[in-house]
Design a binder for this molecule. Structure first.
Ligand SMILES: Cc1ncc(COP(=O)(O)O)c(C=O)c1O
Length: 397
């Protein structure tokens, strides 16, 4: 509990209730409209949301689906990836990125990450490319883009598809070093492009705690390619273009109308949510940035950071003890992620003997995510950060 202006506030990793209370009128009206119309599936709210998100991101097509995991699977189906094809991904990511690859009979080929950005280390990608490699899935982890100049340059050179997993980085802006690395059919000639709109397909999640979250499961795919967009739409809806005519094998994965209505109420606030997260990150930095036992999140010079997570690295500190001390003071924390993918039982079979991932191994032992959401005040962040420092000092003696 944290005492602020005589009000006891429970510190949470994510505070969706306070966020809701500020936009309750729009959210409630949107939900009631769906209930009144009873168009729970394929209601008008979905196209409105898809069009508005496409305009916000600067991409030709957005196609809603049931969740971010499905979005990745549908992307791989739309690109006609076949069993045995290899797909390159970072070894330090949420399981969903690897899960769908394995589920489709594809081979996940894992690559270590960059120690500063926690995103795929593009210097290591080419050594993992074989004649079977068909795609790269960069994950824009914790809110900033991977090195997309290099991802796109390598993909062009080896004729590979790029599927950007932007579940954690919606709204993040990538600035290219060279415009020649962009896709030919990208929607603009600017040197900057939003996360998820750079590769052949982008995927995202609207899981409630995400930067743009709905009140259940939801997801979407983004593309500038008209043909791919058509195919993605078919796959999401049982592979049908016309009702009861099934041209390709599909799935049942649609964004439902109530979730689209909620997203329509939240989308106009995305920028303000981003700024709130960035402010919280800089308040954390002010207090944590000069401590020898903490490495605060480093920023990719080519990407804005939308701080889905504020994740520090601990140097010479027992993470479990620190977490326990913080919990006693009412401060939650999380470890994203404690185990690298190749060490997970489900993925052991894809691990080649002798392959090591030293940066990911280090991160799994040292990362700690602190509360990060749109409703954090400077007072609360300062309280959390100073308690982190006090706890670290007590663990050093
Ligand atoms: C990087 C990443 N990819 C994919 C997903 C999957 O999204 P969903 O939970 O909507 O299926 C997540 C969700 O946490 C994620 O963080």
């Amino acid at each position: 509990m944290f005492n602020t202006k005589d009000k006891m506030q429970k510190i949470q990793m994510v505070d969706l209730k306070s966020q809701y209370e500020k936009i309750k009128t729009e959210i409630d009206a949107g939900i009631h409209e769906v209930i009144n119309n009873t168009q729970f599936i394929k209601g008008p709210q979905i196209k409105i949301f898809e069009d508005n998100l496409a305009a916000t991101l600067g991409v030709k097509h957005v196609i809603g689906c049931a969740n971010g995991t499905d979005a990745l699977q549908i992307a791989m189906m739309a690109l006609d990836l076949k069993p045995g094809d290899e797909v390159i991904l970072p070894v330090f990511t949420y399981v969903a990125t690897a899960e769908v690859i394995a589920l489709l009979g594809l081979i996940p080929v894992m690559v270590d990450v960059d120690v500063d950005t926690f995103c795929i280390d593009t210097n290591l990608i080419e050594s993992k490319i074989s004649s079977k490699t068909k795609a790269i899935v960069p994950v824009h982890l914790f809110g900033q883009c991977a090195n997309m100049d290099e991802v796109m340059r390598i993909a062009k050179k080896h004729n590979l598809f790029v599927i950007e997993d932007t579940a954690q980085a919606i709204g993040s802006v990538y600035q290219f070093n060279s415009i020649s690395n962009k896709m030919e059919n990208s929607s603009n000639n600017e040197i900057t492009q939003k996360a998820g709109t750079i590769g052949h397909i982008g995927t995202t999640s609207f899981f409630p705690s995400k930067n743009l979250g709905c009140y259940g499961d939801g997801g979407a795919l983004m593309t500038n390619d008209d043909e791919l967009a058509k195919k993605i739409r078919m796959i999401c809806n049982h592979g049908q273009s016309v009702q009861y005519v099934h041209d390709v094998i599909g799935v049942n994965s649609r964004l439902d109308s109530i979730q689209a209505a909620i997203l329509n109420a939240k989308l106009p606030h995305l920028k303000e949510y981003e700024v709130a997260r960035q402010n919280a990150a800089s308040w954390y930095d002010e207090i944590l940035g000069n401590n020898a036992n903490i490495i605060v999140p480093k920023r990719n010079a080519n990407s804005t950071h939308v701080f889905h997570q504020y994740t520090i690295q601990l140097v010479g500190i027992d993470r479990d003890k620190l977490r326990a001390q913080l919990a006693e003071k009412g401060i939650p924390s999380m470890v994203y992620y404690p185990i690298e993918l190749h060490k997970q039982k489900a993925f052991e079979i894809y691990h080649k003997a002798g392959e090591t991932y030293p940066i990911s191994a280090q991160l799994c032992q040292t990362v700690l995510s602190l509360p990060m959401h749109t409703e954090l005040s400077k007072e609360t962040v300062s309280f959390i950060a100073s308690q982190v420092i006090l706890s670290i000092d007590s663990l050093l003696v």
